[in-house]
Each structure stands twice: as structure tokens, then as C-alpha cells.
Design a protein around this ligand. Structure first.
Ligand code: ATP
Ligand code: MG
Length: 403
């Protein structure tokens, strides 16, 4: 099969492949980008595979960076912009996965089909030549047409080698809206316990992509039915089932934090911070999800809650509730936000220093200063005081000094 039209992203990379070929080696587009071209989807990263060894690639191109030379990957800088930087990886095989997660070592090979064999799914195992000819050793084109995820080779062996592929299968089912082929699914189920051997960070990346995909429900269904959820820290079947059934058809999470919050609010008595710590995610993310989860529990917005959570989070929570079929007027959060005089305490028109200077006899550094500032902040947020220095000073003179 031959591509009718070479996409722009490939055309731009053609000089790199041509140069490798001029030097007597083979070069192909491989991996997800070829799959995405065949599906008419947007391409993100263009990966190139070659029969040339890393040192040979480095001898051909004047500007390269060793990004993963032990795995055979060299970054070729074909131009100044990032779009013109290409990962060029030597054809390789992977041997023996004694730890169920990383190959013990990789061997470089000169044969493309050897390289395609080590890839996870048939739809990820295409290569595309410079003329647009598709190399399809495992009948991936049929799987693409029939919209299914099928392991390359013996599924049982492939998941035994690398259990992360179990998560990847579900992630691709979700992002492509594909079905997981029977034998592949059976093997996923029987190898799910091996997910214990995979780092939570790597599992997080796949599950996070799954949640944000258009057909995340397909991914969740596979996660529940394969029982792989049992090997994911803190995961709860009832919570997953609720996440699967309680949001309207067609709803897509707007970001990762919203998706995780939607899950957290469906797990009974969950401690969000503890839960996410197990997943070793950044503290900012934990904070974001915790705040969204807390905001979700509120029955209505107030000036104070908008000030605390911010309009962006309020909208994410509203959208989630709308997706649950609740009647929410999104204008309420917007109006309250517009009515706020400040969105951060630093916008208060007096600072601690201002107070110390203005009232040297009455206010000294210490807890009292903090209490006064907090009181001003609360009153300004509630619109009980106007946020000008004159008004705030007036209020302090009349209310705070005699205490
Ligand atoms: P995306 O569109 O999300 O980038 P992708 O298919 O490009 O999807 P990557 O994780 O970028 O996925 O991997 C690139 C390619 O490397 C895959 O298409 C697949 O051929 C191969 N690959 C990646 N991870 C694995 C794995 N765990 N086992 C086998 N092959 C893999
Ligand atoms: Mg990719």
C-alpha cells in the first residue's frame, strides 16, 4: 500500500531520510506518526528508524545530540526550530526482560522487520518509506480498518516482556476509539499482576492519557473488565464504575486535574493528597486536584469560594456537574468573579509594612498584624469594605486599634 499524499510533517523530514539513504543505509518513518497519517489524525512526533548505527548517523549529520544513544537514538538537528529536530533510532531488537519492564539490553540490527517485531501493537508497527510505501508486516492495515488493538506476535509473551503495554493497549483503545482484540485482551488480563513491577510514574502517564482521551470510557471499561485496576495504587472498582457511568456521552475532560478530580470525588473517604502521593505526581498537581475536589463538594458559589478556588476551577467544577446532568448556571461563577475586588491577597491596597508605618504605636510585628490583614482580606472579598488605602485605614482606626 502506498500513501496517496505525503503529509507536510513527513515532507519536511524527507531531506533527513534521503541523506541517510544516500549514504547507503535504509531510513523509514515509524511508530505512532505513520498510524496517525493512515487514520487521518494529527501527527505529533515524527520518528525515524534506520539501519545506520548511531555513530554512522553522527558521521552523516553535522549537528546531532545524543539523547538516548544506548537505545540507539540520536537527535538530528536539521534546522533551527524544534520542528526540524528528529529522533533517528537504529533498528533494534530487545532481548530478555528479566525484570518485566526494561529490556536487559538492546541489539542494533540492519533489518527493518526485526525492529517492527519488537513494537507493541500492529497499528504501531508500520514503517513508511520516502516514497510513501507502507511496510506492514503484521497486517496492521486490517486492524486499523477494523479498528482494533492487537499485540504484535504472541500476546502472552509481549505482555510478559513489558506489562506497561497493558496500560498502553487501554490508552490506545481510548484515544483511537478502538476495540482490544480478544486474544490480546485475554493476555492483558492474565498478565495484569505484572503491573506491580512497573513504576507508577510510567503507569500514570498512560492512565492520564487514557482519561483525557475522547473515548476514555472504552479505556475505563477495559481497565475494569481486565481487572488491571487492582494493581493500580488506591484504585477502587466502584469509583471507576461511577466515573464510567455518571458522565454524559460525548463529554471529554478539559484537563488532567479535572479528570482526576472527577475520579477522586467518586472514591469514598479518599484522602486525595495521600492517594496522589502514591502516584508520585508533582505537588502542584496534587494541590490542583485537591482544590477541585474540595470545590466540587460545595452546593453553591460565594464570593469567598470563588476567591479561594478561582474562576478557572469553578468553571471546571461546573462543567463536571453539567456533565452529570445537574442544572448549573455558569453565569453565577462569572458574575461573582467579576464582583471580586481582589483575586489574591497581594492585591489588597495595604500591606503589613503600610500598617506598621501608619500605626506605629498600636500595631507591632506579630500575630495581631496578621489577624488584621486577614480581617481586611475577608471583608474586601465579601465586598464589605472598599479596597482603597483610605477605606482600609479608616476601618482599622475605628475597629482594630482599641482591641
Ligand atoms: P503517541 O501518539 O501517544 O505518541 P505513539 O504510538 O507514538 O503514540 P510512543 O509512546 O511515542 O507512542 O512510542 C512510539 C512507538 O514506539 C510506538 O508507536 C511503538 O511502535 C513503540 N513503543 C513505544 N512503547 C512501547 C512498548 N512499551 N513496547 C513496544 N513498543 C513500544
Ligand atoms: Mg509518539
Amino acid at each position: 500500500m502506498k500513501l496517496e499524499m505525503i503529509p507536510q510533517e513527513f515532507k519536511q523530514a524527507l531531506p533527513v531520510l534521503e541523506k541517510i539513504i544516500e549514504h547507503g543505509y535504509e531510513a523509514y518513518f515509524v511508530g505512532g506518526s505513520v498510524r496517525d497519517v493512515l487514520l487521518g489524525r494529527e501527527i505529533h512526533d515524527v520518528d525515524i528508524a534506520t539501519s545506520a548505527y548511531p555513530e554512522e548517523i553522527k558521521a552523516i549529520f553535522p549537528y546531532t545530540i545524543d539523547v538516548g544513544i544506548e537505545h540507539g537514538t540520536v537527535l538530528v538537528l536539521a534546522g533551527k526550530t524544534e520542528a526540524e529536530h528528529y529522533e533517528v533510532t537504529t533498528f533494534r531488537t530487545e532481548s530478555q526482560y528479566t525484570d518485566y519492564r526494561r529490556p536487559d539490553h538492546v541489539d542494533f540490527v540492519r533489518d527493518l522487520s526485526e525492529d517492527l517485531k519488537r513494537r507493541d501493537f500492529t497499528i504501531n508497527a508500520f514503517a513508511c518509506g520516502i516514497d510513501g510505501e507502507i511496510v506492514d508486516c503484521f497486517d496492521g492495515l486490517t486492524d486499523l480498518k477494523e479498528r482494533r488493538i492487537r499485540a504484535v506476535g504472541k500476546a502472552q509473551e509481549r505482555f510478559n516482556e513489558d506489562a506497561l503495554r497493558i496500560m498502553r493497549a487501554m490508552r490506545f483503545a481510548a484515544s483511537l476509539d478502538f476495540t482490544i482484540e480478544e486474544e490480546t485482551f485475554v493476555a492483558m488480563k492474565s498478565h495484569a499482576p505484572l503491573l506491580n513491577k512497573i513504576s507508577v510514574e510510567r503507569i500514570f502517564i498512560e492512565f492520564d492519557k487514557l482519561l483525557q482521551a475522547k473515548s476514555y470510557k472504552k479505556g475505563l471499561e477495559a481497565l475494569i473488565q481486565s481487572e488491571a485496576w487492582k494493581y493500580l495504587p488506591g484504585f477502587d472498582k466502584r469509583g471507576l464504575e461511577a466515573l464510567l457511568s455518571e458522565l454524559t456521552e460525548g463529554f471529554v475532560f478539559e484537563n488532567s486535574a479535572q479528570a482526576w478530580a472527577a475520579f477522586m470525588v467518586r472514591i469514598e473517604q479518599v484522602d486525595v493528597v495521600q492517594f496522589l502521593r502514591h502516584w508520585k505526581v508533582p505537588n502542584d498537581f496534587i494541590k490542583d486536584v485537591s482544590l477541585l475536589t474540595e470545590a466540587y463538594q460545595l452546593d453553591q458559589w460565594t464570593l469567598e469560594s470563588l476567591y479561594k478556588f478561582g474562576l478557572r476551577r469553578a468553571e471546571l467544577v461546573d462543567d463536571l456537574k453539567i456533565a452529570e446532568g445537574k442544572h448549573i448556571d455558569k453565569e453565577i461563577a462569572k458574575k461573582l468573579d467579576a464582583a471580586l475586588q481582589i483575586h489574591d491577597k497581594f492585591e489588597l491596597k495595604v500591606s503589613g509594612n503600610d500598617l506598621l508605618q501608619a500605626f506605629p504605636d498600636d500595631i507591632k510585628p506579630g500575630p495581631k498584624l496578621g489577624f488584621i490583614l486577614k480581617e481586611l482580606e475577608v471583608k474586601v472579598v465579601r465586598n464589605e469594605l472598599v479596597n482603597t488605602q483610605a477605606c482600609l485605614f479608616d476601618y482599622i482606626k475605628n475597629n482594630c486599634l482599641s482591641r
